[in-house]
Design a binder for this molecule. Sequence first.
Ligand code: 13P
Length: 254
Amino acid sequence: MNKTLRKAIVAGNWKMNNDRNAAKKLITELNPLVKDAACEVVLCVPYTNLETALSLCEGTNMHVGAENCHWAKSGAFTGEISAEMLAEMGVEYVIIGHSERRQYFGETDQTVQARVRAALDAGLKVILCVGEVLEQREQGITEEVVALQTKVALGGVSEEELSRIVIAYEPVWAIGTGKTATADQAEEVCAFIRSVVAKLYSKAAADALTIQYGGSMKPGNAKELLSKEDVDGGLIGGAALVASDFAAIIEAAR
Ligand code: 13P
């Protein structure tokens, strides 16, 4: 089965949640619950929690990521954080192109591409988010939208570098709405993304690519979603803020 060719990764995206005490409490609670996880566990946390997460995750099977990075190495970009700064701290992953950044902060496919380039150059692993909004799904252009987002973001990324990229398919209409894509809808688009990557690179590269589903994934629906052939993990928002829920999703990836 092709699923065995790739690494299952369940990542939490904390978004703009958790002060330092809450971060400490959550990671401390999670540690014993996920220590025997069968998948890779990643915590993507706000910049202000990176130091805390890095120190508490040291020596555990939990990996640490940021939620965004800038495309320049340094310079006059007030309020921004570069990929190099993250790498220097010991951060391993970075989420790029999340729909909330596209929706609220003017992120475009071109700026996503620039951030992906910077993250790879800094040695980071990327969780690249793609996904359609409700109107696009209703117009029947989900595949066009997701193909364009994927192709532009991966522009200039070599096949060797692709091994440091995870794609997260997050239908925007399913994020934080409690409205999960059905397992079949998730599978359909994840399989489509894999076919796009196969055409851009090779079948071997596409087979090895981890593709996550994200959008209202919870303990109750995780098993069905994760059992699908092309769904290799999850990018979890709300449920990643509750240790027992996040741990249950990780267990469902077994
Ligand atoms: P929810 O799990 O809260 O729907 O968020 C998904 C998400 O945006 C993860 O990046």
